[in-house]
Design a protein around this ligand. Structure first.
Ligand SMILES: *Cc1c(COP(=O)(O)O)cnc(C)c1O
Length: 392
């Protein structure tokens, strides 16, 4: 089908909940994509930070195929090798104690919130269930994670929302103290706010929050749905902030393109959720777990160092453009925010797309770049050349 045929079907039969780009993606290889009309693009999106191994990765595809031909799905009422094997790779790499596997970021965060509330209930009783989250954060689209998200416009229409969330200004301990109280059981945050505009938190602030959590026995809940699994140049972003969370969530990049999400707890929280307290029909599906195992095998220390280095190379390259449309470049590893001025971030994204480069937007004025972790220097250079041409 060509683009117009696909678009007609979509508009006829699909809820129009997305502001879609006006192309249909057909196939890809590495960090290069082709649309249905045969036009080529350098991909600085990897979905939204999902396709960490790029497109048409043969090892990844083979692992999914092989597992599909063994058993594509069986419920979590049975043990399976891919689930156990993946947990044995992920948990030590994170310095955590145990994992739970679900299917998405919002669902992972729901599980993390359940851990915090049950931990507190069992130790302190009722009335200690509030979770402090940060302004400008993003934690998901369910009724609870919308409310956990610290942006007012997500708190419309869908009342009643889950109670028990309070918001503090990022990088501001006074604001956190103002939200504190006897009813708090945890603090939940992204270390680089992704959807909010690629805003890294200050290292000192993050460490001060971790210390406060320890003093008050609040759980430190880190949402690494976007930052996790190599995106920032380390396995998890918290490893660069010098903290260790009580619970951490992951999703987007973990399975390289199959739906997968989950959370890990430390030793203190590993027995909070017991038989019957939590579950998922699809969670940890054997094909998705086999795909995630390939991602974990790929993310060696050397590979992560290269991702960090390529991120630096891309950030330096954008800074060197000295474009009048760029107000600043920030981020860590291959999670990059470019401040846009002189036109809207959406206008710039559309112009780059027309010239053959796919990017994302975030916040009010940020171009967000989340290229596949396997992107080559040549592909980065092609992307930079397109930016130079469009943004001069
Ligand atoms: C994308 C994202 C989510 C939501 O993940 P879904 O898989 O869309 O439910 C939650 N938190 C953060 C930080 C995210 O970037």
């Amino acid at each position: 089908m060509n683009f117009n045929e696909i678009k007609t079907l979509d508009e006829g039969y699909v809820l129009q909940t997305y502001g879609r780009n006006q192309i249909a993606i057909d196939h890809g290889r590495g960090a290069t994509l082709w649309d249905t009309e045969g036009k080529e693009y350098i991909d600085f999106t990897s979905g939204i930070g999902v396709c960490s191994l790029g497109y048409a990765n043969e090892t990844w595809a083979r692992a999914i195929y092989d597992q599909a031909m063994k058993v594509g799905h069986i419920s979590n009422l049975f043990y399976t090798e891919p689930y156990a094997l993946l947990a044995s790779k992920l948990v030590p790499a994170a310095g955590m104690a145990a994992a739970f596997f679900g299917n998405s970021g919002a669902e992972a965060n729901e599980g993390m919130i359940k851990v915090a509330r049950k931990y507190s209930y069992e130790k302190y009783g009722e009335g200690r269930a509030a979770i402090i989250t940060l302004k400008n954060s993003f934690h998901g689209r369910t009724i609870t994670t919308l409310k956990a998200t610290g942006q007012d416009h997500f708190h419309e229409f869908f009342f009643p929302f889950t109670e028990g969330f309070r918001y503090a200004e990022a990088n501001n301990m006074d604001s956190l103290m103002a939200a504190a109280g006897d009813d708090v059981c945890g603090v939940m945050m992204e270390l680089i706010q992704g959807e909010g505009g690629v805003n890294p938190l200050d290292r000192d602030y993050v460490q001060a929050v971790a210390k406060l959590c320890e003093e008050r026995d609040w759980l430190l809940l880190v949402d690494e749905v976007q930052t996790g699994v190599g995106r920032t140049g380390s396995m998890f972003a918290y490893q660069q902030f010098g903290i260790q969370p009580d619970v951490v969530t992951f999703a987007k990049g973990i399975a390289g393109g199959l739906p997968f999400g989950g959370f890990m707890t430390n030793e203190k929280c590993r027995n909070v959720l017991r038989t019957g307290d939590h579950g998922s029909t699809f969670g940890g599906n054997p094909m998705a777990a086999a795909a995630a195992s390939v991602v974990m095998d790929t993310l060696t220390p050397d590979f992560l160092a290269q991702a960090a280095e390529k991120g630096q190379y891309l950030r330096d390259g954008i800074a060197r453009l000295s474009s009048p449309y760029v107000s600043g470049v920030r981020g860590m590893g291959l999670m990059i925010g470019v401040g846009v001025q002189g036109m809207t971030h959406k206008e710039l994204k559309d112009q780059l797309m027309a010239a053959g480069l796919l990017c994302l937007t975030a916040g009010a004025d940020t171009l967000r770049l989340l290229p596949p972790l396997v992107i080559t220097k040549e592909e980065i250079d092609k992307g930079l050349a397109i930016m130079a041409q469009v943004m001069k």
